[in-house]
Design a protein around this ligand. Structure first.
Ligand code: GLA
Length: 694
């Protein structure tokens, strides 16, 4: 009897078919199956051999291999000095325990062993897959490619959504029709990257979504290839440089984890599953997320121009506004007057801070705020004491000129001396100052170089350094930043607690960017600040209310000099901070729905079907005489109290809209199917509502 293994989530199932001596076949991944509904017959009994084809049907398995007569992408490309290059499975076993399958494969001819772990979390509906390869032979094995996961997409798949971006323009949504060909994205920038982050959303003709994200902060590959049976093979893994991985006898290569999910509710469902899974994976100081402290960051308000007097005054001002965390950004260390020098020399600048940072940190904590500090540990400026003392620590071009980026070079963290030095420096700062937060930056890409490629080992060394610091300083939170959002992934989030989303604080640009960020990551890890007007990145000018409304749902902060605000804006800023504090518990838990109402109105709802905060964003002026209605698909039938929370004034208003100020009672079924009447808000306005079931 053919054996099947099924895993079931809340709304999805997968089924593998066991074939003796081969890797298990992919029979199903999609909407939840009843537990007793397995495949009607083994695959081989369901499809005749095509004419003039191999005399054995080679179907998609969890580890398809070149040497088996598999003509699409292999899960492995490897060789031993040119030999053993076409692998095939000779023995297979599947262990099934609860919600996890452990597939063990061996190729006795090429002397390889493989373990693939697939687990489908019944709570979150998120599938986690990773692969481990062991060299069981006598000689070295060179690896060019090892897929973390080889997943099936059904024939109804029509298009792939993915991202492209750059500094100050993260998460640019892209969409491409899938055809009878290979679609592929590669990131070779050495870190997660702005331009090809490892995330994809495959959408079917009916609007179902398969979503996947590689939890990894380095190079990556994602590809979808059409197969002879109409399905697509969707693979993710690390992009490996030539010669980057050579396994000695007995050595192992383990891929990063892929997290993936199926949703019959389209992209909102996939997003909600990812949020639940990411919340489960994160490790917070004290075991649990506490309300996200409102923070002030000194960067755009001050850049490199800060000193003890200025920062003390800023701290006083920030505390009065209700800010809870003060983050001293770049510019605090010896000789750092611009971005041309001093990275690597992590001692306070004596001119700016004659007595070190202790007095400032004490002042900040004395005001009841937390103290946070910016660092960029993996980086070094050629013009620094560290570079002069240890030129051998720099990742070099091995005979070729080193390319600088933002005037800086990269330290080779795979050298123990370097990792130990950075640990000593960072732990020294954490021991001597009351720091509860590190903003950990990485402001350039990694260029190929060195006698051998060290990309993946560099990422692992960063993870190890972060893990070591987290273990020794468990109360410290980390923000991951890389020229804004260049290192946003679920790999680093094992050690970090928030991302700096982008160096663009332009609120118009942020609306689109933040919606895409949210498709994988929950709002509490999305850093969003109220910046200056005009925005430094675009020179566009936006009202304080609009900037605040756009930052409101995220991990909220301020990045301007409040001493330069007029009295009216300062008072409004304090109001927004108070508003955020009142709403943050609900904004940062529960589910999120993203929607579009037409006429340029986007909406975002946070909470659950009985209690929601609804944000409406209008960027462009209306082109209609009357506003569109906002249909809220998650609401139940009963009555809801709808209260408008924002104080935006409009040129004209309707009596019903006015009643919402004090709470209007409306049927949930009506709001779900007909829609909520929205106020006639102007361009660049955010309107906020709370809907509570009665
Ligand atoms: C990067 C970050 C900014 C700021 C600067 C400091 O660009 O994204 O927020 O920290 O570095 O140099």
């Amino acid at each position: 009897m053919t054996e099947f293994h099924a895993l079931h989530g809340r709304g999805s199932s997968l089924v593998l078919e066991v074939v003796p001596g081969s890797a298990p076949l992919w029979r199903y991944w999609g909407p939840l199956l009843p537990r007793d509904a397995l495949a009607e017959a083994p695959l081989a009994a369901t499809r005749p051999l095509p004419t003039f084809a191999l005399d054995k049907d080679v179907a998609l398995s969890v580890f398809p291999l070149l040497g088996e007569g598999w003509f699409a992408q292999s899960a492995l490309l490897a060789h031993r000095a040119g030999a053993d290059w076409a692998q095939a499975v000779t023995a297979a076993e599947v262990d099934h325990e609860g919600s996890e399958l452990l597939v063990r494969l061996a190729d006795s001819v090429s002397a390889l062993e493989v373990e693939i772990r697939l687990s489908l979390d019944p709570e979150t509906d998120v599938l986690t897959v990773s692969t481990k390869l062991t060299n069981a032979g006598a000689g070295a094995l060179d690896i060019q490619w090892l897929a973390a996961a080889s997943l099936p997409l059904p024939p109804e798949t029509r298009r792939m959504h993915f991202y492209n971006g750059r500094h100050q323009a993260e998460f640019g949504p892209q969409v491409q029709e899938l055809k009878r060909s290979l679609w592929r994205r590669e990131n070779r920038r050495g870190l997660t990257s702005h331009d090809a982050p490892p995330t994809g959303f495959a959408e079917t003709i009916e609007g179902c979504v398969y979503a996947a994200h590689l939890a990894w902060s380095g190079n990556s590959v994602q590809q979808a290839e059409w197969l002879d049976d109409g399905r697509y093979l969707w693979q993710f893994g690390e992009w490996l440089a030539p010669g980057e991985v050579r396994l000695g006898p007995g050595e192992t290569l383990e891929t990063p984890e892929l997290i993936a999910t199926f949703s019959a509710d389209g992209r909102n469902g996939a997003m909600q599953n990812f949020h639940a899974a990411i919340r489960k994976r994160m490790t917070w100081p004290g075991g649990k997320m506490r309300p996200r402290p409102v923070q002030i960051n000194t960067w755009e308000g001050f850049y490199f121009n800060h000193d003890m007097a200025g920062m003390t005054a800023l701290a006083d001002e920030a505390a009065q506004l209700g800010i809870e965390r003060f983050v001293l950004d770049d510019g605090w260390f010896e000789g750092r007057r611009n971005d041309k020098a001093a990275l690597g020399d992590w001692v306070p600048d004596r001119k700016k801070y004659p007595d070190g940072l202790g007095p400032l940190a004490a002042h900040v904590t004395g005001l009841g705020m937390e103290f946070g500090l910016w660092v960029e540990p993996e980086m070094i400026n050629p013009d620094s004491d560290l570079a002069r003392a240890h030129p051998e620590w720099i990742l070099t071009g091995a005979g070729r000129p080193v390319l600088t980026g933002r005037n800086q070079m990269v330290l080779d963290l795979t050298q123990h001396g370097v990792a130990d030095y950075l640990y000593a420096v960072l732990s020294g700062l954490l021991k001597s100052l009351p720091i509860s937060y590190l903003k950990w930056d990485h402001n350039r890409e990694i260029v190929a170089g060195g006698p051998r490629a060290v990309y993946r080992r560099q990422v692992q060394a960063t993870y190890a350094l972060m893990a070591r610091l987290r273990a020794d300083f468990p109360d410290v939170e980390i923000e991951a930043c890389a020229a804004g959002g260049g290192r946003i992934d679920a790999g680093i989030l094992k050690y970090a607690h928030r991302f700096w989303t982008s160096d663009s604080l332009d609120a118009v640009q942020r609306i689109a960017m933040q919606r895409e960020f949210l498709r994988v990551f929950p709002p509490e890890v999305m850093g969003s600040h109220i910046g200056t007007a005009p925005a430094h990145s675009t020179r566009r000018r936006q009202s304080l209310d609009f900037r605040a409304g756009v930052a409101l749902a995220a991990h909220f902060g301020v990045e301007l000099d409040p001493m330069k605000l007029d009295a009216k804006d300062k008072a409004r800023l304090a109001d927004w901070i108070a508003e955020h504090k009142a709403l943050r518990d609900q904004l940062h838990s529960g589910r999120i729905w993203l929607g579009e109402a037409g006429d340029g109105v986007f909406w975002q709802a946070h909470g659950d079907a009985r209690d929601l905060i609804l944000l409406l964003y209008r960027v462009e002026p209306t082109t209609q005489r009357h506003m569109p209605l906002i249909r809220l698909p998650m609401l139940g039938d009963g009555a809801y109290t709808v209260t408008r929370l924002d104080r935006t004034r409009t040129n004209h208003t309707a009596p019903f809209v006015e009643t919402m100020k004090n709470g209007a009672v409306v049927s949930g079924a009506w709001l779900r199917q007909s829609g909520l009447t929205m106020p006639a808000i102007a361009a660049e306005t955010v309107s906020i509502f709370r809907l509570v079931a009665k």
